[in-house]
Design a protein around this ligand. Structure first.
Ligand SMILES: NC(=O)c1ccc[n+]([C@@H]2O[C@H](COP(=O)([O-])OP(=O)(O)OC[C@H]3O[C@@H](n4cnc5c(N)ncnc54)[C@H](O)[C@@H]3O)[C@@H](O)[C@H]2O)c1
Length: 418
């Protein structure tokens, strides 16, 4: 274990507790000295007793990294600090130095060595470390195994992890690290190397955004004389749409008759209260930018005749109000594309009121664009855009077309073939 800071010490003691033989090293000799004396180098509830127990059992030791020590190891785990640079980028210099130290001690090793990066690093960093320091060492593979513990509850978080993630430069290396945690509750998610690196950033961004959201809603509630705690506690009671996986899949921009309208009203009312809510204020701007990204991807499709599956803002409805697909079609027509649209729930003759007004004011010739079935959509198009989730039958028929297809609901371009 390289690095005996908050993450390294807890990981070293925790892995020893799970029965593994762990040798801890650190550039800071005071941390080594503390562990050697069965002490924790810093306060963390339950850590010192776990260190002492495992030192006594002979499963945990600390000292300096030598060629012999490295030779005896199957895995070197790096829990090195990755602080911020002045420009916000992460500083990987300590990790580089640690990898350089390992490479210098490898000698003519032939048995496999897994270098497991537990530090938080941006996607691509592990591949770069492997290439820079271990290019000539085919026995070395690299793994990203991010840590999700929280200081203050770190020991409990290690033994009862909220998430276990491993991604490796080889499947065997990822499996070797995943197996370390076999006795912990919860399955290990074995993912790609870059996913493992990114997931840590995604989790921390999500946590920060949740706190920002709760604080902005709480501030709005206070300004209105409403109890902030009651609002958020009630919000959290909804485990289907709020505290759930709902709305957490990357896809196309949102729209419809409620989300844009209600966000606009909330932001307007907050501004009248002289309340700045930058997070909530940025949500519609974020959505507009996402719509523009989608439009740019559609413009990049080859062919002038674009067939679009879906017109309403989501599947299973004929509500066209504020559908981002209508904005997409307006743009495509403006750019001279010939557009055809099929939506299984849209029969123009059945639509009326504000719903009809919205689509007709944006697309006066909508009746000429709508086709009655998927076969017509396919035969009148050079490329397809799936802008709304399609059921299995519709997906199979779109795929059978063999046309270049952009699936905006999954944020991916692909050429579907039968
Ligand atoms: N602290 C947390 O709550 C937490 C939680 C999850 C992930 N992380 C991430 O884990 C990583 C480590 O964080 P931390 O809080 O444990 O950092 P830390 O600063 O407490 O510990 C890092 C240790 O690495 C040692 N070190 C630096 N260069 C070394 C080298 N070449 N050889 C040996 N030891 C070396 C330092 O002396 C230090 O003891 C960071 O990337 C951090 O973002 C931290």
């Amino acid at each position: 274990m390289m690095g005996l800071g908050y993450v390294g010490c807890v990981s070293a003691a925790g892995l020893a507790e799970l029965g593994h033989s762990v040798y801890g090293v650190d550039r800071d000799t005071s941390k080594i000295a503390a562990v050697e004396k069965a002490k924790s180098p810093f306060f963390e509830a339950g850590l010192e007793s776990m260190i002492a127990k495992n030192i006594r059992a002979g499963r945990l030791q600390a000292g300096t990294l030598t060629a012999e020590r490295l030779d005896a190891a199957d895995i070197v785990m790096l829990c090195i600090g990755t602080p911020s640079q002045a420009n916000g980028n992460i500083d990987l210099s300590h990790l580089h130095r640690a990898c350089s130290d390992i490479a210098a001690l490898l000698g003519s090793r032939s048995k496999p060595l897994v270098v497991a990066i537990r530090s938080t690093v941006f996607p691509g960093s592990c591949e770069a470390l492997l290439e820079t320091y271990f290019a000539g060492h085919l026995e070395v593979s690299i793994v990203s195994n991010p840590e999700f513990l929280r200081e203050g509850t770190a020991v409990k978080d290690f033994m009862e992890p909220s998430l276990l993630v491993v991604g490796g430069s080889t499947d065997a290396a990822a499996r070797t690290v995943a197996d370390l945690y076999a006795d912990l509750p919860g399955a290990v998610s074995v993912v790609s190397l870059r996913t493992a690196e990114l997931i840590k950033y995604a989790c921390n961004a999500f946590h920060a955004m949740k706190i920002g959201f709760a604080n902005e809603i709480g501030s709005l509630a206070s300004s209105l004389g409403v109890d902030p705690a009651q609002v958020m506690a009630t919000l959290c009671l909804d485990k289907r749409l709020n505290i759930s996986t709902a709305y957490l899949k990357p896809g196309f921009a949102f729209g419809g008759s409620c989300l844009p309208k209600d966000l606009r009203a909330l932001n307007y009312r907050a501004s009248r209260l002289d309340l700045k809510l930058p997070l909530l204020d940025s949500v519609l701007a974020s959505n507009d930018e996402h719509l523009r990204r989608g439009i740019r991807q559609v413009i990049d499709l080859r062919g002038s005749r674009i067939g679009i599956y879906g017109l309403a803002f989501k599947e299973g409805t004929d509500d066209l109000r504020e559908s981002p697909i209508i904005a997409l079609i307006e743009y495509l027509i403006g750019k001279g594309r010939e557009v055809r649209v099929y939506d299984p729930h849209i029969q123009l003759e059945d639509i009326y009121g504000s719903n009809l007004n919205f689509v007709v004011s944006a697309l006066p010739h909508i009746s000429k664009l709508l086709v009655k079935n998927i076969d017509t959509l396919v035969t009148s198009s050079d490329a397809l855009v799936i802008a709304q989730k399609a059921d299995a039958t519709a997906s199979a028929r779109l795929a059978a077309s063999g046309l270049p297809t952009l699936d905006l609901t999954r944020m991916e371009a692909r050429s579907l073939t039968a």
